[in-house]
Design a protein around this ligand. Sequence first.
Ligand SMILES: NC(=O)c1ccc[n+]([C@@H]2O[C@H](COP(=O)([O-])OP(=O)(O)OC[C@H]3O[C@@H](n4cnc5c(N)ncnc54)[C@H](OP(=O)(O)O)[C@@H]3O)[C@@H](O)[C@H]2O)c1
Length: 354
Amino acid sequence: MGTLLVYGSYGYTGQLIVAEAIERGMTPVIAGRNVSKVETQANELGLEHRVFETTHADIVARQLESIDCVLNCAGPFEATYEPIVEACLETETDYLDITGEISVFEAIAEKDEPASAAGVTLLPGVGFDVVPSDCLGAHLAGALDDPTSLQLGFDSLGSPTTGTALSTLEGLAGGGMIREGGSLKSVDPAYNRRTIDFGEGDRAAVTIPWGDVSTAYRTTGIESIEFYMALPPAVIRALSLAGRLTPLLGYPPVQRTLESVIRRTISGPSEDELESGITRLWGRVTDGTTERVARLKAPNGYALTAKTAIECTKRTLEGDVPIGYQTPANAFGPEFVLSFDGVVRRDAMEPQSS
Ligand SMILES: NC(=O)c1ccc[n+]([C@@H]2O[C@H](COP(=O)([O-])OP(=O)(O)OC[C@H]3O[C@@H](n4cnc5c(N)ncnc54)[C@H](OP(=O)(O)O)[C@@H]3O)[C@@H](O)[C@H]2O)c1
């Protein structure tokens, strides 16, 4: 097998991913921008390490000598993906990441042609966002001859990490996003609401700008896509009001204050949550006349991310993934997610009311 470099290896999720890689018999090179954090982790785990910033593709390309595949875990990815992807194209290195950012998926999809020409695989979104929902969407799309509309959603990712909270803040500053008529459409946060039974009774849910608004379109070709998240009614009311505040979130002093609050107060799921947490996903597809619904029950989102990210990376290193831009379900098929412990799919192929 070739050599893997994990960038952002000492973040909360990076550490889970490196541990999973070692557990699976891999010896990744670990990397990040903070010398002491990378060195400490490398010494503890006995791994080769590299320290570099992602400010320019040239800097990154110099570090990719003898590397076959990069797994980028440093987010918000809007700040890191571009120089790494450019360096991967230049050095013919495969690229994977755990982004959930719509703008990042869209920009990487634009690199499909140069990636194919260079013989490089670009496979972003190999974490909880978007592996289970992408597979669920692909499964549902296959249930109807000519599906026209797809809704996906989840209930409870567990406690977020600092990185997830910062990426969410960045996403909220951009407002909401859905796909309509094949194009991305900016909407208010919590633009649409529905009551969804994720498998344990009805929950109130609202649209959020989740990665599938980009990826499910490329996986299924369905032109109308919304992504929902279950939230307590009080949070939904606050989010609806936040529509008016959205421009404020992009204002640098407000953003700096919120960032510092996030860094001080949010630290990610506990060991217990990681081990016993449950996530539920739901999907609905329709052709305008008939609808199909399916659900997934899965482990905690961060625990699943470590498993899916390393399985996708292993398969890429083994040469099992086509070159060019890929979504997880296009690369591995709709059943891929069912290969992970604790993931169960239930179909409700009869018409549903939700
Ligand atoms: N797809 C999914 O389902 C999924 C699952 C988990 C996490 N994520 C995403 O993955 C990212 C990391 O999450 P996390 O839980 O590991 O958060 P975290 O614990 O806050 O770690 C963030 C990591 O990214 C690095 N980083 C951030 N900005 C950087 C930059 N501009 N240049 C270089 N390194 C940078 C940090 O390094 P420093 O300490 O040096 O800043 C750190 O190593 C977030 O964007 C999160 O949303 C996605």
